[in-house]
Design a protein around this ligand. Structure first.
Ligand SMILES: Cc1cc2nc3c(=O)[nH]c(=O)nc-3n(C[C@H](O)[C@H](O)[C@H](O)COP(=O)(O)OP(=O)(O)OC[C@H]3O[C@@H](n4cnc5c(N)ncnc54)[C@H](O)[C@@H]3O)c2cc1C
Length: 476
């Protein structure tokens, strides 16, 4: 330990040691790493329940890694806009190093922190630790932000490989903490009664090591055939890196470069393009801070949604009577995650067949996803609702029966998450209400009792959604 003033390393969504430019900038002298749980600044975008479970375990892993490296983590709770300048004053730190954040509330907070530090002759130094390309760096030929994914993606790809990841620093010079921090358990991030996250550890290993292991598994095996397999929710066909990327336990640069080891070139390219969707979401959020709250296409502000708490609850609980939808919603509850294809199907059913506002779906995802991410969640919900930039046209309405039959033809996914239908033959699995009575009886299914009838008839729901669209003037 040393008496020289340290650099503060304010960790936020970069909970890792490798390829962490803020840590790299802080590591050549004494360093004080700090994490602050600041729910007040985040307001309604404070981490949701599943998110908090992840954060608890990620902080535990980070604290252990920093301890081993020689610079123990200080955990605090409260308003960072006050605590960071206070901590800088208490330690004499001239500089606070941190990774950039893109959510509007975090931008406002960083501006306030920078101002307070500057008033004392100190500096907040922000680094790109979470994106391949910073949102201001690429523009259309007209000098505008991109609003369409394909040209954005082309522009990102044209930049070539991002810089190679920076290795984790060796031994760090830690300092004595100037105040007593919180104990991790004292932050109260874990669910208590009931412990709905009990099964999460079977599926997830939060932290930098867990992220690295998952990336290796993906690159060495799962990625082969990713281009095809990523559409089938019953297969382990995607990287499942989303929560690791969200908390910055791994950087997109690391994922990008590791993808160079994927032998199947189509798979490699497709995976990188998915990483670019994440970039696009952050680009759009940065240039449209209202993305989480307001339709980007103004004409959708008057969309005649029909909020109905009973319908919303049936959807949340996986009781809509559409097996692929119910499987997805139950996977979300059990794993804190849902397959991308199914996210699109459940989102479409909610917003179109059920005419429920997209922001109610986004709020439920926010609370239940371990990867809940303001940019990705908001962009994708607005994409489904037809109200975002480069969105799916509203009139393209997913048929939940055909989607199930196409992407879960063998029924593995539905049988895993909707066990009450497990004995139904494939032919009826995605349309149990059409099954003959003796087939239902043989499979132990009593519709309306062991499994619900559809909350809305597909054709009727579709027609109602299209009528709602027609009622909007100026929307094609
Ligand atoms: C309604 C809806 C809500 C969503 N909410 C979120 C969210 O809150 N957080 C989140 O990370 N993703 C969200 N997504 C995007 C996508 O479903 C997840 O990123 C993906 O399922 C994560 O699984 P994976 O890591 O195995 O993905 P992979 O297929 O392995 O993709 C690799 C990475 O690319 C990024 N990515 C892939 N698809 C998308 C996409 N459509 N948009 C943005 N980034 C993408 C993710 O970071 C992902 O980890 C949402 C999609 C929909 C349709």
């Amino acid at each position: 330990m040393t008496e020289t003033p340290p650099t503060l390393l304010w960790l936020r969504h970069d909970l890792r040691l490798a390829d962490n430019p803020a840590l790299h900038a802080a590591a050549d002298g004494p360093v004080l790493p700090v994490y602050i749980l600041d729910d007040a600044a985040a307001g309604r975008w404070a981490p949701g329940g599943a998110h908090r479970w992840w954060l608890h375990h990620s902080l535990a892993a980070l604290a252990a890694a920093l301890e081993r490296a020689g610079a123990p983590l200080l955990l605090l709770r409260g308003e960072a806009a006050t605590l960071i300048p206070r901590l800088a004053a208490a330690t004499g730190a001239r500089t606070v190093q941190a990774g950039r954040l893109y959510a509007p509330w975090a931008r406002a907070r960083d501006e306030a922190v920078a101002k307070a530090l500057e008033a004392e002759g100190r500096t907040l130094a922000l680094h790109n630790s979470g994106l391949l390309v910073e949102p201001e760096r690429i523009r259309t030929q007209q000098g505008k932000p991109y609003a369409v994914y394909t040209p954005f993606s082309r522009a990102v790809m044209a930049l070539g490989d991002p810089p190679p990841p920076i290795p984790a620093p060796g031994r760090l010079k830690g300092v004595k903490h100037p105040c007593q921090g919180e104990k991790l358990a004292g932050l109260g991030l874990l669910p208590r009664q009931p412990d709905w996250a009990a099964a999460f550890p079977e599926y997830w290993t939060p932290g930098e090591d867990g992220a690295g292991a998952r990336l290796r598994d993906f690159v060495d095996g799962i990625a082969e055939g990713y281009d095809r397999a990523r559409d089938f929710p019953g297969e382990d066909g995607t990287s499942r890196l989303s929560p690791h990327l969200h908390w910055g336990e791994i950087s997109p640069r690391q994922a990008w470069h590791a993808a160079g080891g994927i032998g199947d070139t189509t798979a490699r390219q497709t995976f990188r393009k998915e990483l670019v969707w994440r970039e696009f979401a952050h680009h759009v959020l940065w240039h449209n801070p209202a993305l989480p709250e307001q339709p980007l296409r103004a004409e959708y502000a008057k969309f005649p949604y029909q909020p109905d708490p009973a319908l919303l609850r049936a959807w949340q609980r996986g009781q809509t009577g559409y097996p692929i939808v119910d499987a997805g919603m139950r996977q979300l509850w059990r794993h804190g995650w849902m397959h991308n294809r199914v996210r699109m199907i459940v989102g479409s059913l909610l917003v179109k067949h059920l005419l429920q506002p997209w922001w109610d779906g986004a709020a439920w995802f926010w609370d239940t996803l371990v990867d809940g991410d303001l940019a990705n969640n908001s962009l994708n919900w607005q994409w489904i609702a037809g109200s975002g930039v480069d969105a799916a046209p509203y009139f393209r309405i997913y048929n939940p029966i055909m989607q199930g039959e196409k992407f879960d033809a063998g029924g593995q996914y539905v049988r895993e998450f909707v066990p009450e239908l497990a004995k139904l033959p494939d032919r009826w699995l995605h349309r149990p209400w059409e099954a003959p009575a003796e087939v239902l009886r043989g499979a132990g299914v009593a519709l309306g009792r062991t499994y619900p009838n559809p909350v809305v008839d597909h054709e009727a729901g579709r027609a109602r959604a299209l009528a709602a669209l027609r009622s909007l003037k100026g929307v094609e």
